[in-house]
Structures are given as C-alpha cells and as structure tokens.
Design a protein around this ligand. Structure first.
Ligand SMILES: [Zn+2]
Ligand SMILES: [Zn+2]
Length: 934
C-alpha cells in the first residue's frame, strides 16, 4: 500500500512507526548545538551544508542567533546523519522559547553620523509605498549627504527600499505624522530588520505623537525592548500641561548643523481641552535648513582698506572689524554677498475637517505666512515646499485651499493616494515575475488585479479627488508620483525633479523581453494550456488522468467556485523583492474566505491579486483570520486588514471578525486596540484544537471529521481520533511545560460561546471543521486543518468535502502528519533546501525533502511548498525526482481546486521560466539593504 512505502521514506525500517519516537533524549542535546552564526559571507544556495554556517544571518524576526560558544561547539562537526533518519530532530531551546539569551545586546547601536554643514546634496523624495495598491501611506525620504530621515513607515516600506536600493541602515530617524496601521504598519518589521543588522544590531530613532506609546506597548509582545529604546513620543498631555507653552507650539526634535526638524501637534477641534481619543493626534513637521552664507568679496575688503589676514576670517564669521587703512568700521554685510535663505519644508497631515479647524488657528505658523512677511520683512521665513499627506476630501475643501494660499509661491506636493498611480507597479521586479508567470500559466497565475483598471480609472477619478482641482487653482501644486524628488541643495537646482519617476511598464513589453530571452517559452506556454485543457476534458473520468495516484473522491464534479488557494506571500523572515512574507488566502468565492497567517504587506498583496476594490471585497467577506505563531513574518499585516475591515463595515450590521492565534497575539491585539479599534474577537489556537472542539461540542462528532480525510485511506476510518495533547504535548512530556501553563484555562464557558459562534460562521462558509494543532517551532506554534462539508455528487452519492492542511512554521512532527492525514492539499513550509538540514534543525524549520516526506506519510493528495528562505530569491533549490505530487509556491499563485490534478505537472515549466536565474544569487540585492552598516 502506498502509505506503507511512504513511511519507509521517513523512518528507518528498524524503527517502528507508531508511536512517533520523540523520546530519545540524545538527539536533542545534539540538535541544540546546531546554530547559525552571524558571519556575512554571501553563499550560493547550493552551498554544501558544512559551509552553511557562513550564511548571512537574518534578523528572522526572532533574534534567534545562537551564542558564539555554541557555534564553536558545532564547529566540532557533529554529524547530522547520526540522528537525522530515525526521527526529526529539532532545536529544543528554540521550541521552548529558551533562546532569549541569544537576543541582541541590550543597547542596539544608533549609528553615529558625521555631519557636514556644507551639504552638497539634499532632497525630498516620495517613496510610493502603497501608491499603486492604495493600502498604506506613502513615505517621504529626506535625504542629506550624511543623514537620512523618513516620514511615515507604512507596510511594505522595507520591501520598497530593497527594490529601490535605499539603504535602511543609513536612516537615522523615522517620523510619524499619525500613529495608525496606515502610517506605522512597517515599523515592527523595520525595527526587527535593523536589530538583526551587522554584528551588534542597529536601531533607529522613531518619533511620533504620544499615541506612539500605545504602539510601543503593543509591540512589546513580540519585539525585544532593546529594539525600541530609541522610540520617542512627544506632546503627551503631561508635557503640554507642564510647559507654559501652547499646545501647538513647535516641539524641537532634531537640531543640528544641517537641519532643524520640529513638530506641531494637530488635534481635532472637538477634543480641545480634553485628552482626545488615541489615534486622533496628527503632526505637522517643519524642516528648516540653515541659510547659505554669502560669498566673501576680497575686492570690496581691499577697497575698504583691509589687509588680507585674520580680519577676513572674522568678517566671514559675522564680526565687524576696524579697517586697516581707513578710519571706519567694516561690517560683514559690506564685504559679503547676500546670503541665501535656507529652504523650509512642511509636511502636513490633516486627516479630518475637525483637525482643519485647529490647523487654521495655529499661531506659530503665522510667521511662515506670506502676508506676515509683508508686515515684518526682517523675519523672512519663506516656505519652499509643502508635502500634503492630508486626504483628498480635506485638501479639496475651500478652507484648506485658502490655508494653502497663505504660503505664497511654495511648491505644493499632494502625496496622498490617487488612482492615477494604480497602473504603475511600485514593486517592478515582482510585477515582472508575475507577468511572466501569467504568460506561461494564466490558470495558476491570473493577471494582477490592476491590469483591468481602465474602467476603474474612468469611473473613480470623477467621483473622488483627482488632483486636477488643486492643480488648476494652484499653479504650484503637483500630484506626487513614485520617486518624485524636490531638490533643496544645491541651491541652483532648487525645485522639482521628475527624472527618477519610473515609467509605466506594459505587460506586453515584459512578455516580449521574456520571449527573446527564453524562446522555448512560447511552446511551453502552449503545452501548459493543453495540459490544463486536457485535465478539464478528462474531468468526468479523472482516474484516467496520467497521474499515478487516484484522484480523491472529494474532487468529483468539483466546481471552480468551490475553492481557490491564493499564496499571497511565500517567503520567510522578511519581505524581499520577489517574495513577500507568509499569507495564504483561502478563497471560498461567494461564501467568503479565510486568511491563514497575515505577514506585513498582506493587504497590498491582496490588492495586487484582486485589484483595489476586489481586495476590499475580500476583506469585507473574511470569515476569520488564523495566525500560526507570533513571529513577525506571520502577523504584522493583521492590524491593517482589521482596520480596513472596520472602516469598510462602518454602518453595516456585522459581527467582530474571529482572529485565531497564539496567545501572545492576544497580548499584542489587546494593547494595540488602545490605539485603534480592530473590531475583532480573539480566540486562542488551543481553543480550536480537536480536544477543545470536542469538549465544547460534548460529543464525538469531531473524531469522525478529523479522520475521514480521504476515502483512499481505509486505514483512517479505524484510526483513533487525533488528540493533540495525547502525544507531543502530553502530561510529563518534554514539551508539555510550555504547552500548558497554569493559569491559562482554555476550556471555559466563555470560550465555548465563542467557539459556537465560530462554528456557525464556518458552517455558513461551507466548512465543517477548523482544527489547530501544535507544531515544533517556537512556543505556541500551530498548524491548521480545514475541512469542507460533505456534499452530494452527480449520482446522488454523499462524498467527503476537501481537506486542507497548513503547517505554519515547523520541523516535521507527528502531530502534523496525523492532522493532515488524507488531506486533499497540504501547504507545508520548506524554508531550506535538502542540503541545509542542519540549518533547518537549528531554526526549527523544514527542508523541501522533509516537507514532502510529511505529505507522503500523511497520504495527502497534493503538496504545496512555501515559506522559502529569502536566500532563494526567485525559485528555491529542489530535487525534481520527489516532486510527483508537489508544487512550489510563488507569490500570487492561485490554485483552483479543480486544477489540483495537473498541479505537479506544471512545475517543470515553471522551472524553465527561471532557467537562467536558478544559479544567480540575487541575494546581493537584499544584502545591499540589509548588511550595509556604514
Ligand atoms: Zn516564518
Ligand atoms: Zn517562525
């Protein structure tokens, strides 16, 4: 029987299969000493394992670097093989969360930068994060020769910087104009990446209004304190009351030789006098560059009777001196050319009309108004450029327009979202790959949601703000585009610079380039078409498909609108050029959908896949979000999605969304909700374990569901129900200690009520079961199984529903095999290639081969591999001989359940697409951003 032979792959024939043997103590002691070091040499993915320790360390958002002493131990070269075949080893310290001592130094370094007052270059640049996807605030880069500042850090900022070769390590300060998921969603990832840079780790100053403290409190649940010590909030009520100064007086934040940056707080007028709601506070940033002193004219000095010498210097430093030959006092103004006033830049974020009331009355801004200059010309403060982050609805109001007039000839840049940017992909590299994949296999890689935007543009722009209104009223007003610059220095180039704005990339041009590069791709695309066509034709008689494995009965007469699995993010640890971090969208079409994990930028990915409005629909119709574990690459996109859903459903009767996750996530969400309401109901993953469901149901219904994955596995019917707590985490087991801690009862009445609600929601979506089970990765790490309800086939026979397993991050483990037994699809992490099993053990991840073995052991029909290390930027290294039921995932890959039979056959064609790139280590691109510490 198939299953038995598969088992042999997993385990040495000498070892009995059941129960899984995790009981040998010896491997653990061995495995804990395998580790990564932080050396930064760049290796090709196929580096033999004995060299793998030289891989560049990644922040991995876990700070899981081992200490040097352990690295040395490992260097003694203990052979992996010794234990690798009999059972899967894992890093116990990491699994138990005891690797805290390996976290970065207490004080992460702030880079000390030498300043250069005679800056030759300075400019502002619009970083168009979210400009195409409309999901997050753009950022603004304020560039100096030796210093970089960034205003706002929405999701995707890191990925943007990688793509556009902006070095995160050079950024000294991040300023937030507001604190919410739109403007600050990228902060957690940014802090974690910086903390993982270089030997010591780095940090950055983060500034924001007092609400920032709420975000910091929330981040404490998964970001070490050391990474946040340079986070400063200002304008808390306490300071406002203590100081005699006005609430709206500028607060000085940075003042050095090259720039002075101060903040003016903006509260909605209705909250005046009261503390105001969290999240209400907005900030206007004032950036002032010093004047450029005029040139000294030696001829004039001579004419005034001065001899060359020290007096020249005194005059240049602003002192008056006595003439050598005449009886006069020479003043600097007599011998110096006129000085050039330093440019002044404002960044204005006025989110609502009631903030505008406040904006209009800010006294401290009056000295910058043009008519003020007339009354007191000696205090010349001409604003050079204003970047508006205010929304179109506010900007287009007459009051705001009048306020803009105060600034005379200042250049206005409208940086808020505009639909006109939608057609130009901000992340070109991944858009290019998406276009290529779409050409080769449109069925698995549908055209991105943006390509059909013509009608969106024509219908939308009229109704919403188009920028035209402003432009017509203000000749000095311009709509921002990605990478638009405004030069401040050298003075001769003062003004807009559009030279960096990327051009529109037509998909047809990408395909032309592809066909030239790989001519055989044309034939390949045809083959793939026929392959999929063939599968559609033989659908009625699926057993004839040239598949060695019987098609499971759950696929009989399956409809295309039954299920689609959309891989939104397929990379591990941090977003990269080609792969975003983890998220899987389970599309149930008219019945809504679920998100499994939700890394940073998940909303952006949804927008890329379904279009701006299509993604809103997806978010509206979410049934629940399930998070596997607390590592940042799996959940930092959560708040943005929940906040958007809250806004979309405003005024519509609805229930809070169920968020199922590890218990540390609750801590984060509870703290975060003090900042902005997320309209959700949290449920601990443990509450959705099989045992918890059974307890809540008070019957054995779930025993049946969990085992009846596929009728091919007759064995299953007689199998005892999976009981998550009976094996790995059983009483007295090695891992029980952190699985079940006292004081955290999960099986209480309140949980039952929530479970009941969840069950109802799931049933409405056609799902019969959602079961979380523990996996081996870090404390409170889970996998999940989803099962569709039974249905009646064309001949009136009851057939089982499909079953999906998702591993989360894990070492191979018996719970996973057991839970996904007979699954139609297993989505399994495969962070490392087979040669890097040592690395996989140390970090509690799986190799490609191990993932496939788990799927084989569980007798699953199809395996989708995902969560690839970012060292495989485009396509991971894998051994094709084992891939007969497996496919590797790419971002945006959308697998319709009806196409599952042919899925593995598409893989060789996908490989062809990357044939020239398999051996190119494009990691250097990432490395430039990540490892450059200078
Ligand atoms: Zn991960
Ligand atoms: Zn993880």
């Amino acid at each position: 029987m198939l299953q038995t032979s598969n088992l042999r792959l997993l385990f040495s024939p000498l070892k009995p299969f059941l129960p899984f043997s995790f009981s040998k103590p010896k491997p653990y002691s061995l495995f804990t000493i395998f580790s990564s070091s932080s050396s930064s040499s760049r290796r090709h993915p196929t580096t033999p394992s004995h060299q793998s320790r030289n891989f560049r360390s990644r922040s991995n958002s876990t700070f899981s670097r081992e200490t040097n002493s352990k690295s040395r131990e490992r260097d003694k070269g203990l052979p992996m093989e010794e234990s690798g075949n009999e059972t899967f080893g894992f890093n116990k310290r990491k699994a138990e969360g005891r690797d805290k001592s390996d976290k970065p130094k207490r004080n992460l370094q702030l880079k000390v930068r030498k300043l250069n007052p005679t800056n030759t270059i300075s400019y502002l640049q619009i970083l168009g994060t979210g400009m195409d996807t409309q999901d997050t605030s753009p950022s603004i880069l304020f560039f100096f020769d030796k210093q970089r500042f960034i205003f706002n850090a929405g999701e995707g900022l890191q990925r943007f910087c990688t793509e556009h070769k902006i070095k995160l390590s050079k950024i000294g300060h991040v300023f937030l104009s507001r604190v919410c998921s739109e403007t600050a969603g990228g902060i957690p990832g940014l802090l974690l990446t910086l903390a993982g840079m270089g030997e010591e780790g780095m940090s950055v100053n983060v500034w924001g209004p007092s609400d920032l403290q709420y975000l910091v409190d929330a981040m404490k649940s998964f970001i070490p304190h050391a990474a946040m010590v340079h986070t400063t909030s200002f304008g808390s009520d306490a300071t406002a009351q203590l100081g005699a100064s006005n609430f709206t007086d500028p607060i000085n934040l940075v003042d050095n030789e090259v720039v002075k940056i101060s903040a003016i707080l903006l509260r909605p007028s209705c909250s005046e006098g009261s503390a105001g709601k969290p999240g209400d506070m907005s900030v206007i940033y004032l950036c002032e560059l010093p004047d450029i002193v005029g040139k000294f004219d030696p001829e004039k000095a001579k004419a005034l009777g001065l001899k060359p010498g020290p007096k020249y210097g005194e005059l240049q430093s602003g002192k008056s001196v006595k003439s050598d030959h005449q009886n006069i006092v020479v003043h600097p103004s007599d011998v110096m050319g006129p000085s050039i006033p330093g440019p002044i830049v404002f960044l204005v974020d006025c989110p609502t009309e009631s903030h505008m009331q406040e904006l209009l009355s800010i006294q401290s801004l009056h000295s910058y108004y043009a008519d003020y200059l007339v009354s007191s010309p000696e205090n010349v403060k001409t604003v050079t450029c204003i970047i508006h982050l205010s929304p179109p609805s506010v900007i287009s109001s007459p009051n705001y327009q009048n306020w803009m007039k105060n600034f005379g000839s200042a250049q206005h840049i409208m940086a808020r979202h505009e639909m006109k940017n939608v057609e130009i992909p901000i992340l070109k590299s991944s858009a290019r790959i998406a276009a290529r994949l779409n050409y080769l296999c449109p069925q698995f890689f549908p055209a991105p949601g943006f390509w059909s935007l013509k009608q969106v543009n024509s219908s939308k722009v009229d109704s919403s703000f188009s920028g035209k209104d402003c432009v017509s009223k203000f000749p000095e007003s311009i709509s921002a585009e990605n990478l638009l610059k405004f030069t401040l220095r050298p003075h001769a180039h003062l003004g807009l610079d559009k030279s960096s704005i990327p051009s529109l990339m037509a998909p047809s041009a990408v395909i032309q380039e592809l066909v030239t590069e790989i001519p055989e791709i044309v034939g390949a695309a045809q083959h793939v078409r026929q392959l999929l066509l063939g599968s559609a034709e033989t659908k009625g008689d699926m057993t004839l498909v040239q598949d060695k494995y019987a098609v499971p009965s759950c696929l009989e007469d399956i409809r295309r609108d039954d299920l689609e699995i959309v891989l939104l993010g397929t990379g591990s640890s941090q977003p990269s050029k080609y792969r975003n971090v983890s998220s899987v969208y389970i599309n149930l079409f008219s019945k809504g959908g679920l998100l499994l994990d939700c890394g940073e930028g998940t909303l952006g990915q949804l927008k890329r896949r379904f279009g701006v409005e299509g993604a809103d629909l997806v978010v509206r119709n979410l049934k629940c979000i399930w998070i596997s574990h607390i590592h940042a690459d799996h959940h930092t996109g959560l708040a943005r999605i929940l906040a958007l859903r809250r806004d979309l459903l405003k005024g519509v009767a609805h229930e809070p969304l169920a968020v199922i996750g590890p218990r540390q996530l609750k801590r984060f969400l509870d703290a975060y909700q003090r900042l902005e309401d997320l309209d959700m109901q949290f449920l601990d993953c443990r509450s959705t374990s099989l045992a918890s469901w059974e307890a809540s149901e008070g019957n054995s219904e779930y025993k049946h569901h969990s085992a009846s994955g596929s009728p091919n596995n007759l064995e299953d019917v007689n199998k005892p129900a999976m009981n998550t707590e009976s094996t790995l985490f059983a009483r007295g087991s090695r891992m029980q200690s952190y699985w079940k801690r006292p004081g955290n009862p999960v099986d209480n009445a309140m949980n039952f009520a929530v479970l009941k609600g969840l069950k109802k929601v799931l049933n409405e979506a056609g799902l019969e079961a959602l079961i979380s089970f523990p996996v081996v990765h870090c404390p409170q790490a889970f996998g999940i199984v989803l099962k569709a309800a039974e249905r009646i086939n064309s001949v009136g026979k009851m057939i089982p529903g499909w079953k999906i397993g998702y591993s989360g991050d894990t070492r191979p483990c018996p719970e996973l095999v057991e839970a996904s037994r007979g699954a139609t699809v297993l989505i399994h992490e495969a962070t490392f290639e087979d040669d890097l099993v040592e690395e996989a053990v140390a970090r509690n991840h799986s190799t490609t081969k191990e993932a496939i073995e788990v799927g084989d052991s569980a007798g699953v029909y199809r395996i989708i591999l995902t969560h690839f290390s970012q060292r495989y930027p485009k396509i991971p290294v894998f051994d094709e001989t084992h891939m007969h039921k497996t496919c590797i995932a790419f971002d945006m890959m959308s697998i319709n359940i009806a196409d599952l039979p042919v899925l593995p056959e598409v893989l060789p064609y996908l490989k062809l697409l990357f044939k020239n790139e398999m051996i190119v280590d494009e990691l250097d691109d990432v490395a430039d951003t990540v490892s450059e510490v200078s």
